[in-house]
Design a protein around this ligand. Sequence first.
Ligand code: KIV
Length: 274
Amino acid sequence: MSTELKKKDFKKITTLALLAMKQRGEKISMLTAYDYSMARILDEAGIDVLLVGDSASNVMAGHETTLPITLDQMIYHAQSVVKAIERCLVVVDLPFGSYQGNSREALSSAIRIMKESGAHCVKLEGGEEILESVKRIISSGIPVMGHLGLTPQSIYQFGTYTVRAKEKEEADALLRNAKILEEAGCFAIVLEKIPAALATKVAKEVSIPIIGIGAGSGVDGQVLVVHDMLGITKDFSPRFLRRYLDLYAEIKKATESYISDVKSNDFPNENEQY
Ligand code: KIV
């Protein structure tokens, strides 16, 4: 499909559009993006939501966890993504340390993201414990996406990246937190790495869209880290990940060909010079 057709035929995606998609049973597609060039391709392909995830800390900066990335760095990534898009909704993660202190700090971080990047919404990890911040941000007019289940900013508290909420107590708490976030006015919630049956139950019991990552097919949409989906990362293979390309191998092969062409003086040839 040509870009012209896409631009003409599709309206911009809003939080209300996502709600309407849930109501009519249309699944929501979401991927992460951190830079202009990739965001442009993903938006043109018709993705519904781009998440400027704090997973940038892992895949862009090479950190082991999402904890080190700063608010300034998230704003930089968000600015690049926003410049590229025409249609999709752009959600930006509030990074670790930018909202846990108190709700005033949370609001000022969210306002910086909105003002300085031009993004449409923010995402925060957690439930009841960050409720005051969620409410304060929403009351300022900024749409908030929640994130429950495996919340990577708490990795040192969890101790492992294994599936969350397998036991009844944690599952009940997760369902309760999803309802609390809905009640607070969140427009959607990400559920990460929890049993499919629990995610399906949450999606049925709340009216806002539930986007899963490692949460099965009974939810309202799916999100993946784009570097994982395209096979740019190679040492991360959780069961929930479907790789659509092996870009790591493709890029390596192309680079080897380039090196060989340069060394052998094959590149540039007569047609590739002035
Ligand atoms: O930062 C991120 O990429 C995320 C997704 C895993 C949902 O929060």
